[in-house]
Design a protein. Structure first.
Length: 642
Protein backbone atom coordinates (compact mmCIF):
# COMPACT_ATOMS: atom_id res chain seq x y z
CA UNK A 1 0.00 0.00 0.00
CA UNK A 2 1.22 3.52 -0.76
CA UNK A 3 -0.13 6.52 1.13
CA UNK A 4 -0.63 9.84 -0.64
CA UNK A 5 0.58 13.18 0.71
CA UNK A 6 -2.80 13.96 2.29
CA UNK A 7 -3.05 10.75 4.32
CA UNK A 8 -2.79 11.13 8.11
CA UNK A 9 -3.03 8.94 11.18
CA UNK A 10 -6.65 10.03 11.97
CA UNK A 11 -7.62 9.17 8.39
CA UNK A 12 -6.13 5.71 8.90
CA UNK A 13 -8.27 5.31 12.05
CA UNK A 14 -11.30 6.46 10.09
CA UNK A 15 -10.69 3.88 7.35
CA UNK A 16 -10.31 1.03 9.85
CA UNK A 17 -13.38 2.13 11.83
CA UNK A 18 -15.51 2.30 8.68
CA UNK A 19 -14.29 -1.07 7.38
CA UNK A 20 -14.34 -2.95 10.71
CA UNK A 21 -16.77 -1.00 12.97
CA UNK A 22 -17.78 -3.97 15.16
CA UNK A 23 -14.30 -5.37 15.81
CA UNK A 24 -12.85 -4.59 19.23
CA UNK A 25 -10.16 -1.93 18.94
CA UNK A 26 -9.18 -1.73 22.62
CA UNK A 27 -9.59 -3.69 25.82
CA UNK A 28 -9.62 -1.30 28.75
CA UNK A 29 -8.73 -2.61 32.21
CA UNK A 30 -11.48 -1.89 34.75
CA UNK A 31 -12.03 -2.61 38.44
CA UNK A 32 -11.35 -6.17 39.54
CA UNK A 33 -8.79 -6.79 36.80
CA UNK A 34 -11.45 -7.37 34.15
CA UNK A 35 -11.32 -5.92 30.63
CA UNK A 36 -13.94 -3.78 28.92
CA UNK A 37 -14.11 -3.98 25.10
CA UNK A 38 -14.26 -0.79 23.01
CA UNK A 39 -15.20 -1.24 19.35
CA UNK A 40 -13.29 0.50 16.56
CA UNK A 41 -16.26 2.72 15.72
CA UNK A 42 -16.39 3.75 19.39
CA UNK A 43 -12.66 4.51 19.54
CA UNK A 44 -12.96 6.68 16.44
CA UNK A 45 -16.06 8.51 17.68
CA UNK A 46 -14.46 9.16 21.08
CA UNK A 47 -11.47 10.62 19.29
CA UNK A 48 -13.74 12.98 17.36
CA UNK A 49 -15.61 13.90 20.56
CA UNK A 50 -12.37 14.85 22.27
CA UNK A 51 -11.22 16.79 19.23
CA UNK A 52 -14.48 18.74 19.40
CA UNK A 53 -13.95 19.35 23.12
CA UNK A 54 -10.51 20.80 22.40
CA UNK A 55 -11.96 23.09 19.74
CA UNK A 56 -14.59 24.23 22.26
CA UNK A 57 -11.90 25.39 24.71
CA UNK A 58 -9.96 27.28 22.08
CA UNK A 59 -7.38 24.76 20.82
CA UNK A 60 -6.44 25.32 17.18
CA UNK A 61 -4.42 23.69 14.42
CA UNK A 62 -0.69 23.65 15.22
CA UNK A 63 -1.09 23.91 19.02
CA UNK A 64 1.11 21.69 21.18
CA UNK A 65 -0.82 19.67 23.77
CA UNK A 66 1.06 17.99 26.62
CA UNK A 67 0.09 14.39 27.31
CA UNK A 68 1.45 12.95 30.57
CA UNK A 69 0.09 9.48 31.19
CA UNK A 70 0.91 5.81 31.41
CA UNK A 71 -0.79 3.06 29.40
CA UNK A 72 -4.56 3.29 29.24
CA UNK A 73 -7.27 3.30 26.57
CA UNK A 74 -7.98 7.03 26.99
CA UNK A 75 -4.44 7.85 25.81
CA UNK A 76 -5.16 6.75 22.25
CA UNK A 77 -8.59 8.38 22.25
CA UNK A 78 -7.18 11.70 23.46
CA UNK A 79 -4.28 11.58 21.03
CA UNK A 80 -6.61 10.77 18.14
CA UNK A 81 -8.67 13.85 19.05
CA UNK A 82 -5.55 16.03 19.23
CA UNK A 83 -4.32 14.94 15.81
CA UNK A 84 -7.80 15.04 14.24
CA UNK A 85 -7.97 18.83 14.65
CA UNK A 86 -4.39 19.38 13.44
CA UNK A 87 -2.79 19.88 16.84
CA UNK A 88 0.15 17.79 18.05
CA UNK A 89 0.95 15.98 21.26
CA UNK A 90 4.00 16.41 23.49
CA UNK A 91 3.95 13.11 25.44
CA UNK A 92 5.72 11.67 28.45
CA UNK A 93 5.01 8.99 31.07
CA UNK A 94 4.10 9.44 34.72
CA UNK A 95 7.70 8.67 35.68
CA UNK A 96 8.82 11.98 34.17
CA UNK A 97 10.84 14.01 36.66
CA UNK A 98 10.06 17.59 37.59
CA UNK A 99 13.18 18.65 35.69
CA UNK A 100 11.97 16.79 32.58
CA UNK A 101 8.51 18.35 32.71
CA UNK A 102 9.91 21.82 33.28
CA UNK A 103 12.27 21.55 30.33
CA UNK A 104 9.77 19.99 27.92
CA UNK A 105 6.94 22.44 28.52
CA UNK A 106 9.13 25.49 28.83
CA UNK A 107 10.56 24.72 25.39
CA UNK A 108 7.22 23.88 23.75
CA UNK A 109 5.24 26.60 25.61
CA UNK A 110 2.22 24.32 25.92
CA UNK A 111 -0.91 26.01 27.27
CA UNK A 112 -2.93 22.82 27.73
CA UNK A 113 -1.57 19.61 29.26
CA UNK A 114 -3.37 16.32 29.80
CA UNK A 115 -2.32 14.85 33.16
CA UNK A 116 -3.38 11.31 34.02
CA UNK A 117 -4.07 11.59 37.74
CA UNK A 118 -3.80 13.57 40.95
CA UNK A 119 -0.04 13.04 41.22
CA UNK A 120 0.63 14.46 37.75
CA UNK A 121 -1.71 17.42 38.30
CA UNK A 122 0.07 18.18 41.56
CA UNK A 123 3.49 18.05 39.85
CA UNK A 124 2.47 20.40 37.06
CA UNK A 125 0.69 22.87 39.32
CA UNK A 126 3.86 23.04 41.40
CA UNK A 127 5.79 23.96 38.25
CA UNK A 128 3.44 26.77 37.20
CA UNK A 129 6.02 29.47 38.01
CA UNK A 130 8.52 27.74 35.73
CA UNK A 131 5.96 26.96 32.99
CA UNK A 132 4.22 30.34 32.61
CA UNK A 133 2.42 29.24 29.44
CA UNK A 134 0.33 26.65 31.34
CA UNK A 135 -3.36 27.58 31.51
CA UNK A 136 -5.39 24.36 31.57
CA UNK A 137 -4.93 20.80 32.83
CA UNK A 138 -7.13 17.94 31.65
CA UNK A 139 -7.14 14.88 33.88
CA UNK A 140 -8.18 11.33 32.95
CA UNK A 141 -9.11 10.49 36.55
CA UNK A 142 -11.74 12.36 38.56
CA UNK A 143 -10.47 11.90 42.13
CA UNK A 144 -8.29 15.01 42.24
CA UNK A 145 -7.78 16.10 45.84
CA UNK A 146 -9.36 19.36 46.96
CA UNK A 147 -6.03 20.81 48.12
CA UNK A 148 -4.56 20.18 44.66
CA UNK A 149 -7.55 21.86 43.02
CA UNK A 150 -7.19 24.80 45.41
CA UNK A 151 -3.49 25.10 44.55
CA UNK A 152 -4.31 25.01 40.84
CA UNK A 153 -6.92 27.75 41.23
CA UNK A 154 -4.48 29.90 43.20
CA UNK A 155 -1.89 29.42 40.46
CA UNK A 156 -4.37 30.44 37.76
CA UNK A 157 -4.64 26.94 36.24
CA UNK A 158 -8.04 25.52 35.28
CA UNK A 159 -8.46 21.78 35.91
CA UNK A 160 -10.89 19.96 33.60
CA UNK A 161 -12.03 16.34 33.63
CA UNK A 162 -11.67 14.17 30.52
CA UNK A 163 -15.08 12.49 30.79
CA UNK A 164 -16.82 15.83 31.31
CA UNK A 165 -15.02 17.26 28.29
CA UNK A 166 -16.11 14.28 26.20
CA UNK A 167 -19.74 15.13 26.97
CA UNK A 168 -19.12 18.74 26.01
CA UNK A 169 -17.48 17.54 22.82
CA UNK A 170 -20.56 15.50 21.91
CA UNK A 171 -22.78 18.59 22.37
CA UNK A 172 -20.34 20.74 20.38
CA UNK A 173 -20.44 18.26 17.47
CA UNK A 174 -24.22 18.52 17.37
CA UNK A 175 -24.10 22.31 17.39
CA UNK A 176 -21.19 22.49 14.89
CA UNK A 177 -22.10 19.58 12.65
CA UNK A 178 -19.25 18.31 10.49
CA UNK A 179 -16.60 20.78 11.72
CA UNK A 180 -14.38 18.22 13.46
CA UNK A 181 -14.57 15.94 10.42
CA UNK A 182 -13.68 18.91 8.21
CA UNK A 183 -10.61 19.63 10.35
CA UNK A 184 -9.60 16.00 10.07
CA UNK A 185 -9.82 16.12 6.27
CA UNK A 186 -7.59 19.23 6.16
CA UNK A 187 -4.68 17.24 7.55
CA UNK A 188 -1.57 16.65 5.43
CA UNK A 189 1.00 13.89 5.72
CA UNK A 190 3.76 16.42 6.36
CA UNK A 191 1.94 17.95 9.35
CA UNK A 192 3.63 17.38 12.71
CA UNK A 193 1.92 14.62 14.70
CA UNK A 194 4.11 14.80 17.79
CA UNK A 195 7.20 16.19 19.46
CA UNK A 196 8.73 13.36 21.49
CA UNK A 197 11.53 14.27 23.83
CA UNK A 198 14.10 11.51 23.94
CA UNK A 199 14.57 9.76 27.25
CA UNK A 200 18.10 11.03 27.55
CA UNK A 201 20.31 7.93 27.91
CA UNK A 202 23.18 10.25 26.99
CA UNK A 203 22.04 13.03 29.33
CA UNK A 204 20.29 15.66 27.22
CA UNK A 205 16.66 15.14 26.09
CA UNK A 206 15.91 16.50 22.60
CA UNK A 207 12.51 17.18 21.05
CA UNK A 208 12.11 14.91 18.01
CA UNK A 209 9.60 16.30 15.50
CA UNK A 210 7.72 13.49 13.73
CA UNK A 211 5.12 13.90 11.01
CA UNK A 212 2.13 11.74 10.15
CA UNK A 213 4.03 10.53 7.09
CA UNK A 214 7.03 9.50 9.22
CA UNK A 215 4.77 7.01 11.03
CA UNK A 216 2.67 5.95 8.06
CA UNK A 217 5.60 5.28 5.71
CA UNK A 218 6.50 2.22 7.81
CA UNK A 219 3.04 0.74 7.41
CA UNK A 220 3.73 0.09 3.74
CA UNK A 221 5.66 -3.10 4.65
CA UNK A 222 5.62 -3.79 8.39
CA UNK A 223 2.25 -5.64 8.24
CA UNK A 224 3.95 -8.09 5.87
CA UNK A 225 6.63 -8.83 8.47
CA UNK A 226 4.44 -8.61 11.60
CA UNK A 227 1.11 -9.88 10.35
CA UNK A 228 -2.20 -9.87 12.19
CA UNK A 229 -5.74 -10.70 11.20
CA UNK A 230 -8.74 -8.48 12.00
CA UNK A 231 -9.68 -9.18 15.60
CA UNK A 232 -6.33 -10.73 16.59
CA UNK A 233 -5.10 -9.53 19.99
CA UNK A 234 -1.84 -7.86 21.01
CA UNK A 235 -0.71 -7.09 24.55
CA UNK A 236 0.43 -3.53 25.18
CA UNK A 237 3.10 -3.36 27.89
CA UNK A 238 5.52 -0.75 26.54
CA UNK A 239 5.28 2.91 27.63
CA UNK A 240 2.42 4.21 25.50
CA UNK A 241 4.09 7.60 25.02
CA UNK A 242 7.21 6.01 23.58
CA UNK A 243 7.63 5.93 19.80
CA UNK A 244 8.07 2.11 19.64
CA UNK A 245 4.74 1.40 21.35
CA UNK A 246 3.09 4.13 19.32
CA UNK A 247 4.13 2.66 15.97
CA UNK A 248 3.28 -0.84 17.17
CA UNK A 249 -0.25 0.37 17.90
CA UNK A 250 -0.51 1.82 14.39
CA UNK A 251 0.62 -1.56 13.00
CA UNK A 252 -2.18 -3.13 15.03
CA UNK A 253 -4.80 -0.56 14.02
CA UNK A 254 -4.14 -0.68 10.28
CA UNK A 255 -4.70 -4.45 10.43
CA UNK A 256 -7.86 -4.01 12.55
CA UNK A 257 -6.41 -6.07 15.39
CA UNK A 258 -7.06 -5.44 19.09
CA UNK A 259 -4.91 -3.69 21.72
CA UNK A 260 -5.00 -5.06 25.29
CA UNK A 261 -3.48 -2.76 27.90
CA UNK A 262 -1.38 -4.80 30.33
CA UNK A 263 1.75 -4.16 32.41
CA UNK A 264 5.37 -5.38 32.11
CA UNK A 265 5.11 -7.06 35.50
CA UNK A 266 5.58 -10.84 35.45
CA UNK A 267 2.54 -11.84 37.52
CA UNK A 268 0.20 -9.38 35.75
CA UNK A 269 1.56 -10.17 32.29
CA UNK A 270 1.19 -13.94 32.64
CA UNK A 271 -2.28 -13.57 34.18
CA UNK A 272 -3.34 -11.40 31.24
CA UNK A 273 -1.88 -13.95 28.82
CA UNK A 274 -4.03 -16.64 30.42
CA UNK A 275 -7.14 -14.49 30.49
CA UNK A 276 -6.94 -12.78 27.08
CA UNK A 277 -5.00 -15.35 24.99
CA UNK A 278 -3.20 -12.81 22.73
CA UNK A 279 -1.52 -13.42 19.38
CA UNK A 280 1.30 -10.86 19.67
CA UNK A 281 3.52 -9.41 22.40
CA UNK A 282 5.65 -6.39 21.45
CA UNK A 283 8.03 -5.62 24.33
CA UNK A 284 11.51 -4.56 25.34
CA UNK A 285 14.05 -7.40 25.70
CA UNK A 286 13.80 -7.28 29.50
CA UNK A 287 10.24 -8.59 29.35
CA UNK A 288 11.38 -11.66 27.41
CA UNK A 289 14.33 -12.03 29.79
CA UNK A 290 11.87 -12.03 32.69
CA UNK A 291 9.83 -14.78 31.02
CA UNK A 292 13.04 -16.78 30.42
CA UNK A 293 14.23 -16.30 34.01
CA UNK A 294 10.79 -17.29 35.28
CA UNK A 295 10.92 -20.55 33.32
CA UNK A 296 14.39 -21.41 34.63
CA UNK A 297 13.48 -20.60 38.23
CA UNK A 298 10.32 -22.68 38.00
CA UNK A 299 12.31 -25.64 36.66
CA UNK A 300 14.97 -25.33 39.38
CA UNK A 301 12.35 -25.09 42.13
CA UNK A 302 10.57 -28.16 40.81
CA UNK A 303 13.87 -30.03 40.61
CA UNK A 304 14.16 -33.80 40.32
CA UNK A 305 13.26 -35.60 37.11
CA UNK A 306 11.45 -32.50 35.73
CA UNK A 307 14.61 -30.38 35.95
CA UNK A 308 16.72 -33.19 34.49
CA UNK A 309 14.33 -33.61 31.54
CA UNK A 310 14.23 -29.85 30.97
CA UNK A 311 18.02 -29.61 30.85
CA UNK A 312 18.37 -32.65 28.61
CA UNK A 313 15.73 -31.65 26.08
CA UNK A 314 16.83 -28.00 26.09
CA UNK A 315 20.37 -29.05 25.17
CA UNK A 316 19.05 -31.36 22.46
CA UNK A 317 16.91 -28.52 21.08
CA UNK A 318 19.82 -26.07 21.06
CA UNK A 319 22.03 -28.53 19.20
CA UNK A 320 19.36 -29.60 16.72
CA UNK A 321 18.37 -26.02 15.90
CA UNK A 322 22.02 -24.95 15.50
CA UNK A 323 22.41 -27.69 12.92
CA UNK A 324 19.16 -26.61 11.23
CA UNK A 325 20.33 -23.02 10.92
CA UNK A 326 23.56 -24.12 9.24
CA UNK A 327 21.80 -26.56 6.91
CA UNK A 328 18.99 -24.19 5.93
CA UNK A 329 21.11 -21.00 5.79
CA UNK A 330 19.32 -19.25 8.67
CA UNK A 331 22.39 -17.60 10.22
CA UNK A 332 23.78 -14.14 9.44
CA UNK A 333 26.09 -14.65 6.47
CA UNK A 334 28.97 -12.27 5.61
CA UNK A 335 30.68 -14.32 2.85
CA UNK A 336 29.57 -16.79 0.20
CA UNK A 337 27.89 -19.74 1.86
CA UNK A 338 27.55 -23.37 0.76
CA UNK A 339 24.94 -25.40 2.63
CA UNK A 340 25.87 -28.70 0.96
CA UNK A 341 28.87 -29.11 3.29
CA UNK A 342 26.67 -28.82 6.37
CA UNK A 343 24.12 -31.24 4.92
CA UNK A 344 26.83 -33.85 4.41
CA UNK A 345 28.19 -33.26 7.92
CA UNK A 346 24.91 -33.07 9.86
CA UNK A 347 22.24 -35.01 7.99
CA UNK A 348 22.66 -38.14 10.14
CA UNK A 349 22.97 -36.53 13.63
CA UNK A 350 20.27 -33.98 12.72
CA UNK A 351 17.91 -36.78 11.69
CA UNK A 352 18.67 -38.77 14.83
CA UNK A 353 18.01 -35.77 17.06
CA UNK A 354 14.69 -34.92 15.36
CA UNK A 355 12.52 -37.55 17.14
CA UNK A 356 14.21 -36.70 20.48
CA UNK A 357 13.36 -33.04 19.85
CA UNK A 358 9.77 -34.07 19.12
CA UNK A 359 9.60 -35.94 22.40
CA UNK A 360 11.00 -32.91 24.21
CA UNK A 361 8.32 -30.77 22.61
CA UNK A 362 5.65 -33.20 23.78
CA UNK A 363 6.92 -33.55 27.35
CA UNK A 364 8.44 -30.12 28.10
CA UNK A 365 8.26 -27.37 25.47
CA UNK A 366 4.53 -27.71 24.87
CA UNK A 367 3.88 -26.95 28.54
CA UNK A 368 6.11 -23.87 28.41
CA UNK A 369 4.31 -22.61 25.30
CA UNK A 370 0.96 -23.21 26.99
CA UNK A 371 1.86 -20.41 29.44
CA UNK A 372 1.56 -18.03 26.46
CA UNK A 373 -1.85 -19.37 25.39
CA UNK A 374 -2.89 -21.30 22.30
CA UNK A 375 -3.15 -18.22 20.06
CA UNK A 376 0.38 -16.88 20.57
CA UNK A 377 2.06 -16.23 17.23
CA UNK A 378 5.10 -14.12 18.04
CA UNK A 379 6.85 -11.66 20.30
CA UNK A 380 8.59 -8.57 18.96
CA UNK A 381 11.66 -7.46 20.89
CA UNK A 382 12.72 -3.86 20.40
CA UNK A 383 14.04 -0.82 22.21
CA UNK A 384 17.30 -2.48 23.26
CA UNK A 385 19.74 -5.29 22.57
CA UNK A 386 18.14 -8.76 22.56
CA UNK A 387 20.54 -11.16 24.37
CA UNK A 388 21.73 -14.09 22.27
CA UNK A 389 21.01 -16.66 25.01
CA UNK A 390 17.36 -15.54 25.20
CA UNK A 391 17.01 -15.38 21.41
CA UNK A 392 18.45 -18.88 21.00
CA UNK A 393 16.38 -20.39 23.81
CA UNK A 394 13.05 -19.26 22.37
CA UNK A 395 14.16 -20.17 18.84
CA UNK A 396 15.11 -23.69 19.99
CA UNK A 397 11.85 -24.47 21.79
CA UNK A 398 9.71 -23.12 18.94
CA UNK A 399 8.51 -19.82 20.41
CA UNK A 400 8.86 -17.10 17.78
CA UNK A 401 10.41 -13.87 19.04
CA UNK A 402 11.66 -11.52 16.32
CA UNK A 403 13.95 -8.57 16.92
CA UNK A 404 13.39 -5.06 15.60
CA UNK A 405 15.54 -1.96 15.55
CA UNK A 406 14.92 1.75 15.33
CA UNK A 407 15.27 5.16 16.92
CA UNK A 408 12.91 7.89 18.01
CA UNK A 409 14.43 9.92 15.15
CA UNK A 410 13.23 7.32 12.60
CA UNK A 411 9.68 6.99 14.00
CA UNK A 412 11.13 4.37 14.92
CA UNK A 413 11.40 1.25 12.74
CA UNK A 414 14.44 0.83 10.51
CA UNK A 415 14.29 -2.96 10.27
CA UNK A 416 12.62 -5.95 11.89
CA UNK A 417 13.29 -9.65 11.48
CA UNK A 418 10.39 -11.11 9.46
CA UNK A 419 8.19 -13.66 11.20
CA UNK A 420 7.88 -15.74 8.01
CA UNK A 421 11.60 -16.05 7.12
CA UNK A 422 13.77 -15.09 10.11
CA UNK A 423 17.57 -15.04 9.98
CA UNK A 424 19.08 -15.69 13.42
CA UNK A 425 20.81 -12.79 15.20
CA UNK A 426 19.80 -10.22 12.61
CA UNK A 427 17.11 -7.56 12.57
CA UNK A 428 16.28 -8.28 8.93
CA UNK A 429 16.82 -5.92 6.04
CA UNK A 430 15.75 -2.28 6.04
CA UNK A 431 12.01 -1.86 5.50
CA UNK A 432 10.76 -0.85 2.08
CA UNK A 433 11.51 2.78 1.21
CA UNK A 434 14.28 3.13 3.80
CA UNK A 435 17.94 3.18 2.78
CA UNK A 436 20.80 2.16 5.07
CA UNK A 437 24.56 2.17 4.81
CA UNK A 438 27.55 1.41 7.03
CA UNK A 439 30.29 4.05 7.22
CA UNK A 440 33.70 4.24 8.83
CA UNK A 441 33.37 6.12 12.17
CA UNK A 442 36.60 8.03 11.52
CA UNK A 443 36.64 9.09 7.87
CA UNK A 444 32.99 8.51 6.91
CA UNK A 445 33.81 6.26 3.94
CA UNK A 446 31.04 3.81 3.01
CA UNK A 447 32.03 0.26 4.02
CA UNK A 448 31.25 -3.00 2.28
CA UNK A 449 29.27 -5.96 3.60
CA UNK A 450 30.78 -7.72 6.56
CA UNK A 451 32.57 -4.59 7.79
CA UNK A 452 31.64 -3.01 11.12
CA UNK A 453 30.93 0.70 11.17
CA UNK A 454 28.32 3.32 12.01
CA UNK A 455 24.81 2.77 10.70
CA UNK A 456 23.24 5.65 8.75
CA UNK A 457 19.61 5.82 7.63
CA UNK A 458 17.79 7.78 4.94
CA UNK A 459 14.16 7.82 3.88
CA UNK A 460 10.59 8.94 4.64
CA UNK A 461 10.71 7.77 8.26
CA UNK A 462 13.52 10.17 9.21
CA UNK A 463 12.37 12.97 11.52
CA UNK A 464 11.78 16.54 10.47
CA UNK A 465 14.42 17.61 13.00
CA UNK A 466 14.93 18.51 16.65
CA UNK A 467 12.50 21.14 17.91
CA UNK A 468 14.19 24.57 18.10
CA UNK A 469 17.60 22.91 17.74
CA UNK A 470 18.73 23.34 14.14
CA UNK A 471 22.31 23.00 15.36
CA UNK A 472 21.71 19.49 16.68
CA UNK A 473 19.68 18.56 13.61
CA UNK A 474 22.60 19.54 11.35
CA UNK A 475 24.95 17.36 13.40
CA UNK A 476 22.64 14.36 13.12
CA UNK A 477 21.38 14.61 9.51
CA UNK A 478 23.83 15.56 6.77
CA UNK A 479 23.11 17.59 3.64
CA UNK A 480 22.25 14.45 1.68
CA UNK A 481 19.62 13.43 4.25
CA UNK A 482 21.57 10.62 5.93
CA UNK A 483 20.83 10.34 9.66
CA UNK A 484 23.71 9.14 11.82
CA UNK A 485 22.26 6.61 14.29
CA UNK A 486 25.35 6.44 16.49
CA UNK A 487 24.97 2.64 16.46
CA UNK A 488 27.59 0.17 15.27
CA UNK A 489 26.35 -2.37 12.74
CA UNK A 490 27.32 -4.85 10.04
CA UNK A 491 25.48 -5.84 6.87
CA UNK A 492 25.23 -9.41 5.60
CA UNK A 493 25.59 -10.40 1.94
CA UNK A 494 21.78 -10.58 1.82
CA UNK A 495 21.40 -7.04 3.25
CA UNK A 496 20.26 -8.05 6.72
CA UNK A 497 21.54 -5.84 9.53
CA UNK A 498 23.28 -6.90 12.73
CA UNK A 499 23.59 -4.30 15.50
CA UNK A 500 26.91 -4.54 17.33
CA UNK A 501 26.75 -1.78 19.93
CA UNK A 502 26.48 1.95 20.41
CA UNK A 503 29.36 4.21 19.46
CA UNK A 504 28.52 6.62 22.29
CA UNK A 505 28.85 3.74 24.76
CA UNK A 506 32.31 2.83 23.51
CA UNK A 507 34.84 2.62 26.35
CA UNK A 508 38.43 3.64 25.62
CA UNK A 509 41.03 2.27 28.03
CA UNK A 510 44.31 3.98 28.80
CA UNK A 511 46.12 1.60 26.48
CA UNK A 512 44.01 2.91 23.58
CA UNK A 513 41.83 -0.22 23.36
CA UNK A 514 38.26 0.49 22.19
CA UNK A 515 35.50 -1.86 23.34
CA UNK A 516 31.74 -2.09 23.51
CA UNK A 517 30.32 -2.69 27.02
CA UNK A 518 26.99 -4.13 25.82
CA UNK A 519 28.24 -7.59 24.71
CA UNK A 520 30.07 -7.98 28.04
CA UNK A 521 27.01 -6.88 30.03
CA UNK A 522 24.75 -9.19 28.04
CA UNK A 523 27.05 -12.15 28.63
CA UNK A 524 27.28 -11.48 32.37
CA UNK A 525 23.49 -11.38 32.62
CA UNK A 526 23.41 -15.02 31.50
CA UNK A 527 24.47 -15.97 35.03
CA UNK A 528 21.58 -17.05 37.22
CA UNK A 529 23.11 -14.95 40.01
CA UNK A 530 23.29 -11.70 38.00
CA UNK A 531 20.19 -9.70 37.22
CA UNK A 532 22.06 -6.94 35.44
CA UNK A 533 25.61 -5.70 34.95
CA UNK A 534 27.07 -2.31 34.04
CA UNK A 535 30.63 -2.15 32.72
CA UNK A 536 32.74 0.91 33.59
CA UNK A 537 36.35 1.86 32.88
CA UNK A 538 36.57 4.89 30.60
CA UNK A 539 40.17 6.17 30.62
CA UNK A 540 41.18 3.48 33.12
CA UNK A 541 43.73 0.64 32.83
CA UNK A 542 41.12 -2.11 33.18
CA UNK A 543 37.39 -2.78 33.27
CA UNK A 544 35.20 -3.09 36.33
CA UNK A 545 31.54 -3.99 36.79
CA UNK A 546 28.59 -3.05 38.94
CA UNK A 547 26.71 -6.32 39.47
CA UNK A 548 23.02 -6.27 40.39
CA UNK A 549 22.53 -9.38 42.50
CA UNK A 550 19.64 -11.84 42.16
CA UNK A 551 18.73 -12.10 45.84
CA UNK A 552 16.54 -15.18 45.52
CA UNK A 553 19.25 -17.14 43.70
CA UNK A 554 21.98 -16.13 46.16
CA UNK A 555 19.92 -17.17 49.17
CA UNK A 556 19.14 -20.46 47.44
CA UNK A 557 22.86 -20.97 46.77
CA UNK A 558 23.66 -20.24 50.42
CA UNK A 559 21.07 -22.75 51.62
CA UNK A 560 22.24 -25.45 49.19
CA UNK A 561 25.86 -25.00 50.27
CA UNK A 562 25.27 -24.65 54.02
CA UNK A 563 26.53 -21.07 54.19
CA UNK A 564 25.55 -19.45 57.48
CA UNK A 565 24.91 -15.69 57.71
CA UNK A 566 23.23 -13.16 59.98
CA UNK A 567 22.27 -10.49 57.43
CA UNK A 568 21.92 -10.51 53.67
CA UNK A 569 24.49 -7.70 53.37
CA UNK A 570 27.07 -9.75 55.27
CA UNK A 571 26.30 -12.75 53.10
CA UNK A 572 27.25 -10.77 49.98
CA UNK A 573 30.51 -9.69 51.62
CA UNK A 574 31.41 -13.24 52.60
CA UNK A 575 34.34 -14.99 50.97
CA UNK A 576 32.10 -17.74 49.58
CA UNK A 577 29.84 -15.33 47.67
CA UNK A 578 32.71 -13.14 46.49
CA UNK A 579 34.45 -16.24 45.09
CA UNK A 580 31.20 -17.35 43.47
CA UNK A 581 30.95 -14.09 41.53
CA UNK A 582 34.66 -14.12 40.68
CA UNK A 583 34.18 -17.54 39.14
CA UNK A 584 31.00 -16.56 37.26
CA UNK A 585 32.63 -13.45 35.78
CA UNK A 586 35.85 -15.26 34.84
CA UNK A 587 33.99 -18.12 33.17
CA UNK A 588 31.65 -15.88 31.19
CA UNK A 589 34.10 -13.18 30.09
CA UNK A 590 36.82 -15.45 28.78
CA UNK A 591 38.70 -16.30 25.60
CA UNK A 592 36.55 -19.40 25.09
CA UNK A 593 33.53 -17.08 24.78
CA UNK A 594 35.31 -14.83 22.31
CA UNK A 595 36.44 -12.02 24.62
CA UNK A 596 39.85 -10.38 24.32
CA UNK A 597 42.25 -10.01 27.22
CA UNK A 598 41.51 -6.28 27.64
CA UNK A 599 37.76 -7.06 27.81
CA UNK A 600 38.16 -9.08 31.01
CA UNK A 601 36.51 -7.67 34.13
CA UNK A 602 39.18 -7.15 36.78
CA UNK A 603 37.04 -5.88 39.67
CA UNK A 604 33.39 -5.80 40.62
CA UNK A 605 30.98 -4.42 43.21
CA UNK A 606 27.78 -6.18 44.19
CA UNK A 607 24.71 -3.94 44.44
CA UNK A 608 21.24 -4.88 45.66
CA UNK A 609 18.95 -1.98 44.73
CA UNK A 610 16.99 -2.86 41.55
CA UNK A 611 17.41 -0.38 38.71
CA UNK A 612 14.34 1.83 38.23
CA UNK A 613 12.86 3.56 35.21
CA UNK A 614 13.56 7.27 35.54
CA UNK A 615 16.50 6.67 37.88
CA UNK A 616 19.04 4.31 36.33
CA UNK A 617 16.89 3.27 33.36
CA UNK A 618 15.25 5.17 30.52
CA UNK A 619 11.60 4.58 29.59
CA UNK A 620 12.81 1.88 27.20
CA UNK A 621 14.58 0.32 30.20
CA UNK A 622 17.99 1.09 28.72
CA UNK A 623 20.84 1.86 31.10
CA UNK A 624 21.40 5.62 31.39
CA UNK A 625 25.17 5.51 31.82
CA UNK A 626 25.54 9.14 32.79
CA UNK A 627 23.14 8.50 35.68
CA UNK A 628 24.95 5.33 36.73
CA UNK A 629 28.27 7.16 36.81
CA UNK A 630 26.76 9.78 39.11
CA UNK A 631 24.67 7.54 41.37
CA UNK A 632 27.46 5.02 41.94
CA UNK A 633 30.47 7.32 41.74
CA UNK A 634 31.77 6.24 45.17
CA UNK A 635 31.58 2.52 44.36
CA UNK A 636 33.16 3.12 40.95
CA UNK A 637 35.97 5.22 42.41
CA UNK A 638 36.69 2.51 45.00
CA UNK A 639 37.04 -0.16 42.30
CA UNK A 640 39.66 1.89 40.47
CA UNK A 641 41.55 3.03 43.57
CA UNK A 642 45.20 1.97 43.34
Amino acid sequence: MIFDENYTIPKMFKDTAEKYPEIVGQYKRVAGGEFEPILYREVYQRGLDFGAALLSIGIKRGDKIGLISDNRAEWMQADLGIMAIGAMDVPRGCDATLADLEKIFTITESEVIIAENNSQVNKLVGLKDKIPSLKKLITFESDIKSEVLDAAKAAGVTVLNFDDLMKEGQKWRIEHKGEVEAELEKGKGDDLATIIFTSGTTGTPKGVMLTHHNFLAQLDEIPERIFLNPGDKALSVLPVWHVFEREVEYVIVIQAATIIYSKPVGSILLADFKKMNPHLLPAVPRVFEAVYDGILKKMRKTGGIVLALFKFFSNVALLQKRMSRLMFNQNACYTRYYTVFWWILFIIPWSLLWPIYGLGNLLVFRKIKAMLGNNFRAGVAGGGAFPKVIDEFFWSIGVEVVEGYGLTETAPIVAVRPMAAPIFRTIGSAIRGVEVRIVDPVDGFVLGRGKQGVLQVKGPTVMKGYYKRDDLTAKTINEEGWLDTGDLAMMTIHNELCIKGRIKDTIVLRGGENLEPLPIETKLAESRYIKQAVIVGQDMRFLAALILVDEEEIKTYAAENGIQYDTYENLLLSENIQKLYEGEIANLISAKNGFKMFERVARFTLITKPFEVGVELSAKQEIMRFRINDLYKEQIAKMFAE
